[in-house]
Design a protein around this ligand. Structure first.
Ligand SMILES: Cc1cc2nc3c(=O)[nH]c(=O)nc-3n(C[C@H](O)[C@H](O)[C@H](O)COP(=O)(O)OP(=O)(O)OC[C@H]3O[C@@H](n4cnc5c(N)ncnc54)[C@H](O)[C@@H]3O)c2cc1C
Length: 394
């Protein structure tokens, strides 16, 4: 069976769905092909900063997002043991006013569901795992594992860090293990009586590890990511591995009681290897283009993987709306490559800084946290769509 689409989006994650909505808003037709038979979230929750929420609000999703998200009060950096507040910045109403859009903590299942229902089942085809792309008289022919095929002028690889589409653009496998791995979980605030400021986004920074958490939904639950060093080779074979509760708790045994309550309460005992990505030389070739983690997977320490993916989607939609196919893809790559590389680099630097032991290096890092407002400005203050519009001769 052949299906026709002008733009085929491979992957129904945050990036693919946001792009489909952005294209539709501009009157362009797109079909999303997702390999999963039903949409289920990867990981627990996601923190969306103003550079992402601005785009989602423009797509008309603010009502649902407000209803299902928590707005954190502050961004706080704390000492791992005593819990001392090392630095803190307001991210509630003042943040929203400053950057023109709010900060949200949202369950991934809720975000996927909001995006998928806006997309509609006619334009989001499940159970479609892409296995091949070849040139055809009608642009590209796509073949799926279920034996069906489709044609499209533009093929967008929004298929994540282990992208299949990437092989038609680059023969390099760019995944780079960071030497760190993470545990994630959702914990009721009630289960952590010693945790100060559960309504804030907080980084607890300590020797060889850190913990990041933020509230989601109605604020009664906190999503956490605990990151530890794991410099061994296991990550190459085991991207996700089941571990014992002791393996999770051991690195945090001497930490603040609030942190111990958090990691001790999780029922998920899985360790995710954290991968970054070596920069790709090119993002598109002959009408096939990459977006999101497929193009620039990054470490989660700035909470920017999904937000940069949303920025990509807004930029690509605007470029495809304005330009001919090849000009649009070239402009998109020109606009997005430098910015995503800068965020990727910054995330790697943060990975080391969050883990330094107490002493002169930690003191230096703590003083440098005074620059956080500047970091927030260049990352969260960005307006991807306006930048794309301003970049052309439109
Ligand atoms: C521990 C952790 C915490 C994070 N926290 C945050 C955070 O707080 N804020 C933030 O901004 N980012 C965060 N991120 C990053 C964020 O999750 C990703 O950057 C984001 O999900 C990327 O979206 P995507 O659409 O590019 O890819 P994905 O979300 O990975 O979606 C890819 C989709 O493609 C589908 N697919 C794959 N192959 C095929 C195929 N061959 N055919 C059809 N479909 C296919 C997959 O099933 C999937 O649905 C975090 C990441 C990690 C690991």
């Amino acid at each position: 069976m052949a299906m026709a689409a002008t733009v085929a989006i491979i992957g129904g994650g945050i990036g693919g769905l946001t792009l489909a909505l952005g294209l539709r808003r501009r009157g362009l037709d797109a079909v999303v092909y997702e390999r999963a038979a039903e949409l289920h979230e990867v990981g627990a929750a996601v923190a969306l900063s103003a550079n992402g929420t601005r785009v989602l609000h423009d797509l008309g999703l603010s009502g649902e997002l407000v209803e299902r998200s928590a707005v954190p009060t502050e961004l706080i950096y704390r000492h791992w043991g005593g819990g001392r507040r090392i630095a803190a910045y307001e991210v509630g109403q003042g943040y929203s006013a400053r950057f023109g859009a709010p900060y949200y903590g949202v369950h991934r299942a809720d975000l996927q569901q909001i995006l998928a229902s806006a997309c509609g089942s006619e334009r989001l085809l499940l159970g479609k795992q892409l296995v091949d792309v070849s040139p055809s008289a009608r642009g590209h022919r796509l073949r799926f594992a279920d034996g069906t095929d489709a044609h499209a002028d533009v093929v967008v690889g929004a298929d994540g860090v282990h992208s299949t589409v990437r092989r038609w653009i680059s023969d390099v496998d760019p995944a780079v293990y960071s030497g760190t791995s993470g545990f994630r979980g959702l914990i009721a605030v009630d289960a952590m009586p010693s945790l100060p400021d559960p309504g804030a986004i907080q980084f607890w920074m300590g020797p060889g590890a850190h913990v990041l958490h933020y509230p989601i939904g109605d604020g009664s639950v906190v999503n956490f990511l605990a990151v530890v060093h794991e410099p061994s080779e296991w990550a190459a074979q085991h991207w996700v591995r089941e571990v014992s509760p002791e393996a999770l708790e051991a690195p945090f045994r001497a930490w603040h009681p609030g942190v111990r309550e958090m990691v001790g309460a999780t029922t998920v005992h899985r360790r995710w290897a954290l991968f970054g990505q070596a920069p790709l030389n090119r993002w598109h070739r002959d009408g096939i283009v990459l977006l999101g983690d497929a193009a620039h997977a990054m470490l989660p320490h700035h909470g920017q993987g999904a937000n940069q993916t949303i920025e990509d989607a807004a930029t690509l939609a605007e470029c495809l709306h304005r330009d001919s196919r090849d000009d649009a893809l070239a402009r998109y790559e020109r606009l997005r490559k430098p910015r995503t590389r800068a965020v990727q680099r910054s995330s790697w630097v943060a990975s080391d800084l969050l883990h330094v032991p107490d002493g002169p290096a930690a003191n230096e890092r703590d003083q440098a946290l005074a620059n956080i407002p500047a970091t927030l400005r260049w990352i969260h203050g960005h307006d991807a769509e306006a930048t794309a519009r301003a970049s052309g001769r439109y």
